[in-house]
Design a protein around this ligand. Sequence first.
Ligand code: DC
Length: 227
Amino acid sequence: MSEKHYAVAVDGPSGAGKSTLAKAVARELRIMYVDTGAIYRVIGVAAQRRGIDPGDEAAVVSLLPELEIGLRHGEDGLQRMYLNGEDVTDTIRLPEVSMYASAVSALPPVRAYLLEMQRKFAREQSVIMDGRDIGTVVLPDAAVKIFLTASAEVRAKRRCLEQEQRGTPKPYDEVLAEIEQRDYNDSHRAIAPLKRAEDAALVDTSDLDFEQSKALILKTIRERVDA
Ligand code: DC
């Protein structure tokens, strides 16, 4: 891969700050940001709307051919998601969609279905892509791999603050339990479990603020590519 065209893979558990940080880094480096969790969330919304059990592989698989998943970047650089032409960018962020997304993401045919879509972005331009298996499965040859994490407690506190700001506050204990459950599901599934690639740099943001985390990620990238 030439240094002019490179990929940065960012993996880690939910709530580690992947999307906020990757978005800011993309802006700074003038490369494209791809949030792959948003794609799983669109499938989660589709299953929820049809009243399908998201763990029922046959039912979810039969749904896939009917779905037209759109991913577009607006002029502001933000990623918008579409389901059969409908803008579902806000809907996919509803808390109840998270468990649907986690369940459908554990199904091998769903992952296989989305693999090529994700790889295509990295072939076409420099990207920073975040998810759970970007450095291990989707882009194993990425020039830069980062495993971004923070303690479950710190992530729960951040999520609570976010929910509060959105006007949908939730008790800390409930948020922490949900995060721990999702961590468990995402790292214990049989296919593409969340795990640090051997060659990924570990970035723990438990004791770092946003600017410190961003600076550390930029430094990690610039040590590896001419960005
Ligand atoms: O990052 P997120 O919370 O928006 O992701 C939603 C779900 O999708 C999450 O449970 C993990 C899963 N996911 C995945 O399995 N692989 C990815 N590359 C991205 C997300």
